[in-house]
Design a protein around this ligand. Structure first.
Ligand SMILES: [Zn+2]
Length: 253
């Protein structure tokens, strides 16, 4: 046993409070810039192919360039932006194969979460289902996407495995983006809130196999509906890019 007594905070290296706070607040800043860019990309305010520069974003958000630079690095890692020829970055184009990959993983994660939640006979907040029904009736895209995400994250939370929500979060950025783009131009899947209710019931009853298969089916149906609309959207995206290119060429001519 040591006669010197317990280590002081200084000896433990815990005397960096002010520096830690500074880092913390800077991280919040990066997160805010990151979130506002993710929202703008997901809601179509920044459409695929749009060129972004640090200076423009910093000016529009009234922040310095440093958090913008870090936020752009995170977005690049997420696959939401990519290097632009020359300078700056582009909002990444929508990619059907990537979307299929995301849905494949999502179906499995949702099913695992449902199994674990059913194992606990978890009771999901009925307001989640009410909000989903109301959003579906309202036809408001943002409300529908938010209600959908809230339901699935509640199941991830009820699973008790924190890694499911953490893993799914990166995928949902892409799902939100595609759902947003498609729901702007096509009818929503009316049945999504009823499918949520069926999944919630199976979880509550502790019927793990049913909760798993309903979750898998829910993700599959969502994917099929989106993929059906996706081709048209990709064509519109290509047309738009062509129009932009010829407009730029005309402006330069
Ligand atoms: Zn859903």
């Amino acid at each position: 046993m040591s006669l010197r007594g317990p280590l002081t905070p200084k000896q433990r290296g815990y005397t960096m409070t002010s520096k830690l706070l500074k880092i913390q607040s800077r991280t919040d800043y990066v997160e805010k810039v990151y979130n506002s860019l993710v929202d703008a990309i997901c809601e179509g305010a920044l459409s695929p192919g749009v060129r972004l520069t640090q200076e423009d974003i910093a000016e529009q958000l009234a922040v310095s360039r440093s958090p913008v630079n870090q936020a752009l690095r995170l977005l690049k890692k997420d696959g939401l932006v990519q290097d632009a020829p020359g300078r700056g970055v582009l909002v990444a184009p929508l990619d059907a194969q990537y979307l299929s990959d995301v849905y494949e993983i999502r179906g499995t994660l949702d099913s695992l979460a449902a199994k674990l939640a059913a194992g606990k006979r978890a009771l999901l907040d009925p307001q989640l289902l009410d909000r989903g029904r109301a959003a579906s009736k309202s036809g408001k895209v943002r409300a529908m996407i938010d209600a959908d995400m809230d339901f699935h994250f509640a199941v991830y939370g009820a699973s008790g495995n924190r890694l499911i929500g953490e893993t799914a979060r990166g995928h949902w950025v892409h799902l939100r983006r595609v759902m947003g783009a498609i729901l702007q131009v096509s009818a929503q899947r009316q049945s999504f809130s009823e499918e949520h209710a069926d999944i919630a019931r199976a979880i509550e009853r502790g019927d793990a196999p049913l909760a798993m298969s309903l979750s898998e089916l829910h993700a599959k149906r969502a994917h099929q509906q989106l993929i059906g609309e996706f081709e048209g959207l990709l064509q519109a995206q290509t047309l738009l890019a062509d129009v932009k290119t010829s407009a730029e060429a005309a402006a330069l001519a």
